[in-house]
Design a protein around this ligand. Sequence first.
Ligand code: ITT
Length: 207
Amino acid sequence: MMEIVLATRNSDKVREIRRILPGVGFHSLKNFPQVPEIEENGETLEENAIHKAQEVAVRTGKLALADDSGLEVEALGGRPGVRSSRFAGEGVSYEENNKKLLMLMSGERRRGARFRCVVALAGPGMETIVREGVCRGRIARSPCGKRGFGYDPVFIVSGPGKTFAELPASVKNDISHRARALRKLGRDLSRIERKLKTVSRKDKKDS
Ligand code: ITT
């Protein structure tokens, strides 16, 4: 099984990533106390994902996977986007972010939005791989549902017509931005795994 360190401190993301790619041995950052809090000062999801993955790969010497994600709302010019986790301020709760979003959107008829997830995989001696997944929908008038996390109660997914918080985890993890990005990365992982196996077979033969 492939072993990868998850470069995130968000346990909700960790849970989903493990369910989306069950064939990978993911290690929590908690097992690596030498990795300090990584600042997210990039202007894009891509920059942040690459930075987090590379920092963790360098400090652990292992393959590292980062997920930077956010909600992009049409009527707000793409906000909160890269600032999704701190929309209502540093260290605020998911509820406070949702409240701010619904307040800004009250009376707004254009409700289109999308979740975007960028994943980056970095490791010693390899070029960092970046993949993206998008999930389209619209902003609800009020929160609905108890599942999921973050903006899930206020994001109505195109297709099912329900919020992510109303849908079972199995459905969210099949169609979400995160699922789409990680499935693409899964194909790269298979390729990397095949390469590693070939290298280790060759090493054994040579020794
Ligand atoms: P790490 O940087 O440690 O990974 P974080 O929570 O700060 O954790 P991000 O900067 O990527 O991660 O912010 C992601 C935010 O976007 C997250 O806190 C939610 O508010 C929102 N978000 C991302 N994916 C989501 C999802 O599937 N459902 C609901 N909200 C989501």
